[in-house]
Design a protein around this ligand. Sequence first.
Ligand code: DGL
Length: 282
Amino acid sequence: MAAASDPRERPIAVFDSGVGGLTVLHELLVQLPGEDYLYLGDTARFPYGNRSAAELAAFSMEIAEELLARQAKLLVVACNSATAAALPVLRERMRQTTLGVEVLGVVRPEAVQAVAATRNGRIGLLATPATVESGAYDEAVAAADSHVALTSVAAPELASLIQDGSEFDDRVVEVVRGYVEPLREAGVDTVILGCTHYPLVQPMLQRLLGPGVGIVSSGSALARQVEHALGASGLANPRSGEGDYRFLATGDPDSFRALGSRFLQLPLGPVEQVTVSREAAA
Ligand code: DGL
């Protein structure tokens, strides 16, 4: 992908703590096939879900700088933990850059979709401890409808269990059942998957939650927001065919490739290893 002089031809950058954000990229590739994409997985520092807000803000800034240097026209924070902890800081810093690149995150589109979907006014959230502790979903749900009640469950083990790549055996089912229990007790009719990894256990979650509970994940709602943002800023790629997608990983590129295709459900091309951490570069 050579540097484009027409800003519409620049790539959309997507980043995550690892391979989980490929579930979000998948939706973008399906809903907006004509765009080019540049995905960065911070696999060297995965998982993000137990890190502090200050750490996540610093990591997100380092990654954003790398992606802007690679000509991104829009920045998508696919990681729920990073969105919850760092989106306002990141937006503020991006506003200060001369490029004026817009930053979109996963929390708000999901909260809006869940509020629109609930019939009994009770929503559940399943997310990492960092995301739950940030209160970002409480704020986003309250902003969409202050009469809707949110029950949040932190699932400290789930993302790593999924990323691990091993078979979903009875042990995984029992771990998931333990996370689902408080949501069943609260009588929620809609559950937000507040972590990029959870779509991979969606059938298991649906079975344990029961068929009457709707599940909202971030990919499709976010893809619509990306489409609107590109339309409003005149940055949509005019191409009629399919665009290109490329990958950067801060950790081992071979394990990214091996794990990544399961999450993307599309062929993965070459993966370039990149250093974004100022500490590691020093
Ligand atoms: N991308 C992360 C999230 O959505 C996955 C979990 C993690 O890194 O701990 O929160």
